[in-house]
Design a protein around this ligand. Structure first.
Ligand code: IVH
Length: 669
């Protein structure tokens, strides 16, 4: 049985996580670092493991999935999920408005204009304010029950936080989507792994929702915007009020909806977003226009499969054509060699495109690309532009068909292509391009986040023979003089780099695991692994069967991990990291995580009577907080002792809450 204190700790953590989810996903205004958030999640998981009775239907750990569904049961929609009639022009829109006003007998009608999110429609059933069922649209009458997968959608509240929907029974509907960042990451991973790429974020969202293993769905990082509220008859009278209620309940609701008085205002909204769609981190394919008042919607009713009170205004697709100047090859950190189209620069939907990935040899073959060809470039939302076709009519007679390389462009080693793999690989473990890419990956933000170690610096250090692997980073201290002698480096930037390397030693274990670049082990998988096998020692000792039993880790990933640790070269690298003091195990045991401190930055100022500065710092860090020397907008609290000076003034000026020593003391005892 969990003690009272543990129960309270658990409840506090769950509340804090729900609040952080809401701030991050619904408000886009996070109040905690990713690291701090992960730490909270790890503590919740640990408590649940120790005291399974704590885990409720709204536990945040459900977000990481774990359940396998062999076949999704079919469910009936209480109210059919209709689709919308499409329009493409101002004239169509005026027709719609005319039909609406004629049917209503007056033209006093307000429209709620919303972005048309390009994703997958889902239905969400809440009972007593708790999420109990998620389903796909299916044919509109019945869909698949995909609750386990829906629970992994970021930012979707498991329990309604506040407002009129708290504790209520209702249905919310919305669009599950994948944002541009996750889509890019997913396709990059798939490309590296020689898997088929998703054509666009919508397809990848749809594909993800249909996966049987919810832990894999969780790793995809799906998101949602909710746009309909049903089953609250009488309480809410309009679409804009429904948006407000959903928002208050804690749902991510798209912030760019607008109430429009007539066609003129609607057209302005449409123009704004047709031009502005590329500024969004997700795809939209148009604008949805809805009669705002529910009473008027009811009056208008529906015909066949679409309502008469709403319409979709679709944007035109964005394509451009340009000349293929050449094809170059990029060597990734796994050795996969990717062809890249070098294009005559062409403006497309807000940016100038001069390169585009060609994925692999099959893709180049399918298009039968010749150098000098006129090719079509397409862009979906904020996503990487892609070559979608070639104008064979316009092919210059002298154009040569393109021949894929059989040698590594970096080291000249012959390439190989494994059975079932779309990619060609360079198998040379010391290929300079791979070495560079592996170090860049190691230092990248999501991995070890080493400040001062960008691509250019890595290139320089590799070229000078100072780096052969990421493990060499931790020996750079010994080469300080050599570093400082490099052009444009100087004492200051060397100091910054070495500090960055030093700081990276204490990154959490899951990030180290991601950083070392085991094939198929992305950020999500690394977190799952670190939770199940929380040290290098345990991971190395685990066999493929044990690894494959970890939720979210299948046989393919398990094999890859076993292979990695069986390789003497990789083992030696990891040993060197451990020897240099890089985190080698997950910190789940002794930390006393406290949501008040975890992931937040504190500044100490003035004279404390009961602690030295170092003691106070240790108390904060032990609880997952950070201590900084200067006050900024990122400071959570300033702890002010006697005779506090300018830091206290700055905190007050910035409106940052100040704790007295007494208050600090009561927080930690
Ligand atoms: S309302 C009867 N609102 O577009 C109401 N749909 O073409 C039907 N969609 O199936 C849905 N954003 O998948 C609505 N703000 C939004 C939307 C939206 C995207 C999708 C949804 C729907 C399809 C209709």
């Amino acid at each position: 049985m969990a003690s009272k204190a543990r129960q309270q700790e658990y409840a506090g953590l769950c509340r804090a996580i729900a609040e952080h989810d809401y701030r991050y996903y619904a408000l886009a205004d996070p109040a905690i670092s990713d690291e701090g958030y992960d730490t909270l999640m790890r503590r919740v998981a640990q408590l649940e493991e120790e005291y399974p009775e704590l885990r409720g239907p709204d536990s945040p750990t459900q977000r990481v999935g774990g359940g396998i569904t062999k076949e999704f049961p079919t469910v009936q929609h209480a109210v059919p999920m209709l689709s919308l009639a499409n329009t493409y022009s101002e004239a169509d829109l005026r027709d719609f408005h005319r039909r609406v006003t004629e049917a209503l007998g007056h033209d006093d009608v307000a429209y709620h204009a919303e972005l048309k999110i390009d994703g997958v429609a889902v239905s969400l059933q809440y009972e007593d304010g708790l999420l109990v069922r998620g389903a796909t649209r299916g044919d509109g009458t019945q869909g698949d029950e995909i609750t386990a997968n829906i629970r992994t959608v970021r930012g979707l509240p498991f329990r309604v936080l506040s407002g009129p929907l708290a504790g209520a029974r209702f249905e919310a509907r919305g669009e599950v989507y994948m944002d541009a960042h996750s889509f890019e990451r997913l396709n990059t991973e798939r490309e590296r792994d020689g898997e088929k790429l998703f054509a666009n974020p919508r397809n990848s969202a749809a594909g993800s929702l249909k996966m049987q293993d919810s832990a894999l769905v969780a790793a995809r990082g799906l998101r949602i915007f909710v746009y309909s509220l049903l089953g609250v008859e009488g309480a809410i009278h309009s679409q804009d009020a429904a948006f407000a209620a959903l928002r208050e309940a804690g749902f991510p609701v798209n912030p760019h909806a607008r109430l429009c008085a007539g066609v003129g205002e609607l057209l302005a909204f449409i123009d704004e977003w047709e031009a502005g769609r590329d500024t969004l981190p997700y795809d939209i394919d148009g604008v949805v226009i809805k009669v705002n008042e529910f009473a008027l919607q009811d009056k208008l009713g529906a015909i066949a499969k679409s309502p008469r009170w709403a319409i979709a205004y679709k944007f035109t697709a964005r394509k451009a054509s340009t000349v293929l100047r050449g094809i170059t090859f990029q060597v990734g950190r796994t050795g996969a060699v990717t062809p890249v189209a070098e294009l005559e620069p062409v403006p497309l939907a807000g940016s100038t495109i001069s390169r585009a990935t060609l994925h692999n040899e099959d893709f180049v073959r399918q298009l039968d690309l010749h150098i000098g060809d006129r090719v079509f470039i397409e862009k979906g939302g904020d996503v990487i532009p892609k070559v979608s076709g070639v104008d064979t009519e316009a092919r210059p007679p002298e154009a040569e068909p393109f021949v894929f390389t059989r040698e590594c462009p970096s080291c000249g080693t012959g390439l190989y292509r494994a059975e079932g793999d779309a990619a060609w690989f360079c198998g040379n473990p010391v290929c300079p391009a791979q070495v560079r890419a592996r170090i860049e990956h190691f230092a990248s933000r999501a991995a070890m986040d080493i400040e001062g170690l960008g691509e250019a610096v890595v290139d320089t250090l590799v070229a000078r023979g100072l780096l052969d692997s990421f493990a060499d980073l931790y020996d750079l201290y010994e080469h300080r003089a050599e570093l400082e002698a490099i052009d444009r480096f100087g004492e200051k930037s060397v100091a910054r780099l070495l500090d960055g390397i030093e700081a990276s030693k204490s990154r959490p274990f899951d990030r180290v695991l991601y950083a070392i670049g085991i094939r198929f082990v992305g950020e999500g998988t690394a977190r799952l692994l670190a939770r199940a096998l929380p040290s290098f020692e345990l991971l190395r000792a685990a066999d493929a069967v044990t690894l494959a039993a970890v939720p979210g880790v299948g046989p393919r990933i398990a094999d890859s991990i076993v292979r990695y640790f069986a390789d003497p070269h990789s083992r030696a690298l990891v040993d060197r990291l451990i020897a240099r003091g890089v985190t080698a195990e997950a910190d789940t045991q002794d930390a006393v995580l406290d949501p008040f401190f975890a992931g937040r930055t504190f500044v100490l100022t003035g004279t404390l009577t009961r602690f030295t500065r170092d003691e106070a710092r240790a108390e904060i860090e032990r609880r997952g907080g950070k201590v900084s020397g200067s006050v900024s907008a990122r400071t959570a609290h300033v702890i002010a002792g006697a005779e506090a000076g300018s830091k206290l003034d700055k905190a007050l000026a910035l409106g940052i809450p100040v704790l007295t020593e007494e208050e600090f003391l009561s927080r930690i005892t």
